[in-house]
Design a protein around this ligand. Sequence first.
Ligand SMILES: [Zn+2]
Length: 137
Amino acid sequence: MKIRCFHCRSLFDSNPRIKNQKYCSKKECQRARKREWQRQKLATDPDYTANQRHCQKEWHKQRPGYYRDYRRNHPESARRNRLLQKYRDTRRRPPRPLAKMDALKPASIKVPGAYYLIPMLAKMDASVQKVVLIPRC
Ligand SMILES: [Zn+2]
């Protein structure tokens, strides 16, 4: 039976041995499947979340200065991350009363000028679909 991949949207032959198959076997689609699984797991399993946090802390302990060095050696990534953090900070603020009403409208640029186009999903995802516009000022 042919089904459409949840990630790349292409049709593929489903494997009858896999229940509720949603992803094709392409490497990037399997990575997307695993990422979604982990996102769900982190949202629903406090033990898993605590274990992940513990492992991350141990990893950081063993590699002091890793991110400082990374930012120094990858200035473009550091700049991109600062912009993305700026965007994440705007999302953390309490929503304005009308914010949700126009959440699904496409972005309109009323002020001509230079903008940064920031892919919403980092390097892990090849098929980027969302971008955020942050004025360059
Ligand atoms: Zn796919």
